[in-house]
Design a protein around this ligand. Structure first.
Ligand SMILES: Cc1ncc(COP(=O)(O)O)c(C=O)c1O
Length: 323
């Protein structure tokens, strides 16, 4: 704080670029096995610009139908045409692509882990289809980063397909416990972003404290493996506990664990019962989720203690009886 102050007060190309930005970008690029990286002051900006800066009118974007809002905003802003394919369904993607003429430039946009459902993207199959049709590929790994792969390297590392995706982007506000976002890829692609992306050129740079927090968290991810181990131990225990109570976790495979109740009334009653027992969750009802999938959102972290998980288990049992 004494060295850098609280804000750069400006955008990167004008008066915002500082050594701490470059250090964070180099550390992220090295960790992700990418040539270069750029950080923004919000994940929303990073993700939106990863799409909108690399597609334009006349292009076709293939989008998983369950994408996050920032990806839809990026798609809309690009003026490209868009075709949605069924969620996490490589066969559905291929079917859509079969009817597209070969000359149209194409972009595939998917997430690594879908936070509402906890689903891990079927990346190897999706990327095979993308390669068959020569699609530029953008992956938002906001929820896979820090969770999947070696040392939390993300969904690409988990599947060993890092070289098959052009751009990987995400948030610093989840596993890295800061705020901000990143885009990582080939040097030329990141240079293009730095010189052409409006979200990059006309928005103030990430603050020094945010960058420092993210850099330290990234260091801890790599030097203290016990946090990732504990995250998965907690997650396995939590999901097993929910299943033993007969709860529907929408086939989650990650620490983002939905509990599907099916109607808004049941979701509300379940949420209130947990609140009564001091357990905070977030309700998500249609149209935010498909009809019949009204749910409460929960997430497990490495910081949950065994005692807290016991208490959560008791509260869940109470909520099941209350509805
Ligand atoms: C999948 C996904 N992408 C991007 C973002 C945006 O990240 P941020 O909150 O850092 O702006 C989020 C945030 O919730 C997200 O869930």
């Amino acid at each position: 704080m004494l060295t850098w102050g609280t804000s750069t007060t400006g955008a990167r190309p004008s008066n915002g670029s500082r050594a701490f930005h470059l250090e964070l970008e180099e550390a992220l690029a090295a960790f992700l096995g990418r040539e270069a990286c750029h950080v923004h002051s919000a994940g929303y900006l990073s993700v939106m610009t990863s799409v909108t800066s690399f597609a334009q009118k006349g292009d076709l974007i293939l989008a998983d139908k369950n994408l996050h809002s920032c990806l839809w905003d990026g798609i809309r802003l690009s003026h490209a045409s868009v075709e949605r394919f069924p969620h996490n369904n490589p066969e559905g993607l291929r079917e859509v692509l079969e009817s597209v003429s070969a000359g149209v430039p194409k972009m595939l946009v998917v997430e690594g882990v879908y936070s509402m459902e906890g689903h891990v993207a079927r990346l190897p199959e999706l990327l095979t289809v993308a390669a068959d049709y020569d699609c530029f590929t953008v992956l938002d790994d906001a929820h896979g980063f820090g969770v999947l792969g070696r040392q939390g390297g993300g969904t690409l590392d988990h599947f060993g397909v890092n070289d098959k995706v052009d751009l990987v982007c995400g948030s610093l506000s989840k596993s890295l416990a800061s705020t901000g976002g990143f885009v990582a890829g080939w040097s030329e692609t990141i240079e293009y972003l730095r010189t052409h992306s409006k979200q990059t050129i006309f928005s103030a740079a990430i603050a020094p404290s945010q960058a420092a927090a993210a850099k330290m968290a990234l260091h801890l991810m790599q030097s203290e493996p016990e946090h990732l181990e504990r995250l998965w131990r907690n997650t396995r225990r939590y999901i097993a506990m929910l299943k033993s109570l007969g709860l529907d976790t929408w086939e989650t495979a990650t620490p983002a664990v939905p509990i599907v109740l099916g109607t808004r009334e049941l979701a509300y009653r379940f949420w209130s019962a947990l609140m009564e027992k001091g357990v905070f969750t977030v309700m998500s009802i249609a149209p935010a989720v498909p009809p019949g999938k009204d749910l409460i959102r929960t997430a497990i972290s490495s910081m949950h203690t065994d005692e807290q998980l016991d208490r959560i288990g008791d509260a869940m049992a109470y909520a099941v009886k209350s509805i």
